[in-house]
Write a protein that binds this ligand. Structure first.
Ligand SMILES: *Cc1c(COP(=O)(O)O)cnc(C)c1O
Length: 414
């Protein structure tokens, strides 16, 4: 049996005690859902208030350019935020655009990739992918005639020479299984296919290196704590940029938007991935949230993530749960288990101040047999939190709190 004292011992080597103090977490709550919506940092609200008062209210339209006393320069904000995200994914400055939702970003990159391989007609997608990735591919297919081909199991075996783009979610949102990015990327390139990684469940929790791939996208409201609906990012390998033509050719992706010409000339750099006016308030909140990563080593973050998830799996084993997350290091920063009462268990835990979430798994047959999912954000979750959460789970199971009739119908958002 693992004791709380064992966990406090592990916390003595956990390097994020100071980082954790930067988060404004409600007292008494253990937040294991940072893989769905990260918490707010101290200071984000003040920063937003400053942007509203100093730049929007006082600077007004002048704030698109740099203001004389500092601040403003909204036109450069997407680029500045992208440059803060770049080191978290192994990218360089000027390679990351931030501005649309992940869904819209996927549409742009998938369409751009297809145009780069005009002699091929397949987008390869995993059957268990996050649904929006499949939905967007199918929307693009309706427009272009591209075939969306689904595979299960090892992607390397599924990549044929008719594949234009292999588009994968790096970490499975249900189980937490992670693909070997380097191996899959190399296999795709051997047959001339392009590779895109969806990093929604990786960025900010795992040390990823996209530099060998072609495209990447990712959310910023999960482990990057940018706030609900904060804009997603797109990374494009620098040497592809001149050949990348995304389809939503709005004026903000133009080489010279204020020349007001009729023809669209794409911007030379990553700005060509932009379309419309950037969401300045959302980008400002995100810019502040990313200060939490300043000076952190992503390999330290990764080591802490592995340690926290390993601990939670060991504690679930003690209670006999059906853990579906890989034991090997081929996993993200979450732990999931399958249970016929998964929804009720998650709700009862929330009632006890431990927030995780529930995900349906249509492939499991009965729709009651879903997944309870817990995310471990190393920047603010300690080993003692993990132990305390497991104790609450023990109480939920002992007292069968999951069977409460209040949990028999599901909320719109699970
Ligand atoms: C969360 C998530 C998304 C979300 O897409 P939005 O357009 O931002 O809603 C997309 N893909 C994956 C893999 C995700 O985990």
């Amino acid at each position: 049996m693992i004791s709380r004292e064992d966990c406090l011992q592990l916390d003595r080597r956990w390097p994020f005690a100071e980082t954790r103090r930067g988060f404004d977490l409600p007292e008494g709550l253990i937040y294991l859902d940072g893989n769905s919506l990260g918490p707010v940092l101290h200071g984000t609200a003040d920063h937003l208030a400053d942007v509203v008062a100093g730049e929007w209210r006082s600077g007004l339209i002048r704030s698109w350019n740099p203001l004389p006393g500092g601040g403003g320069d909204w036109i450069g904000l997407a680029r500045r935020v992208g440059d803060r995200i770049a080191p978290l994914i192994g990218a360089g400055p000027g390679e990351v655009h931030v501005g649309d939702s992940t869904s819209v970003s996927l549409f742009k990159t998938m369409a751009a990739a297809a145009r780069m391989r005009p002699d091929r007609h397949v987008i390869l997608i995993e059957e268990g992918t996050f649904p929006t990735d499949a939905y967007i591919a199918s929307g693009l297919s309706g427009l272009t005639g591209l075939e969306v081909r689904f595979f299960t199991g090892d992607p390397v075996r599924a990549i044929g020479d008719d594949v234009a783009l292999v588009s994968l979610t790096h970490v499975d949102f249900r189980t937490g299984r992670a693909f070997d990015m380097a191996e899959v990327t190399a296999a795709a390139h051997r047959v001339g296919a392009l590779v895109q990684w969806d990093l929604c469940h990786s960025v900010g929790a795992i040390d990823v290196d996209v530099s060998a791939a072609d495209f990447a996208v990712g959310c910023t409201y999960k482990y990057l704590n940018g706030g609900p609906g904060s804009p997603a990012f797109i990374w494009v390998r620098r040497d592809h940029l001149p050949a990348v033509h995304q389809p939503i050719t709005g004026w903000m992706g133009h080489a010279a938007p204020f020349e007001m010409t009729l023809e669209h000339t794409p911007a030379a750099g990553i700005a060509r991935m932009a379309s419309g006016t950037p969401p300045i308030l959302a980008l400002s909140a995100l810019e502040h949230a990313l200060t939490a990563f300043e000076g952190l080593s992503m390999s330290d973050v990764r080591a802490a993530s592995l340690s926290l998830t390993e601990l939670f799996m060991a504690l679930l084993d003690e209670q006999g749960f059906d853990v579906v997350t890989p034991r090997s290091s081929a996993r993200g920063s979450q732990v999931s288990f399958r249970h016929p009462h998964a929804y009720g268990i998650v709700q009862a835990l929330i009632g006890r101040g431990v927030i995780g979430d529930y995900r349906a798994d249509p492939s499991a047959g009965t729709d009651r047999d879903g997944i309870a999912r817990f995310g471990f954000a190393p920047l603010y979750i300690s080993h003692a939190d993990v132990w305390d959460a497991a104790e609450q789970l023990r109480a939920v199971m002992r007292q069968e709190e999951y069977a409460d009739p209040a949990y028999s119908s599901r909320n719109a958002v699970t």
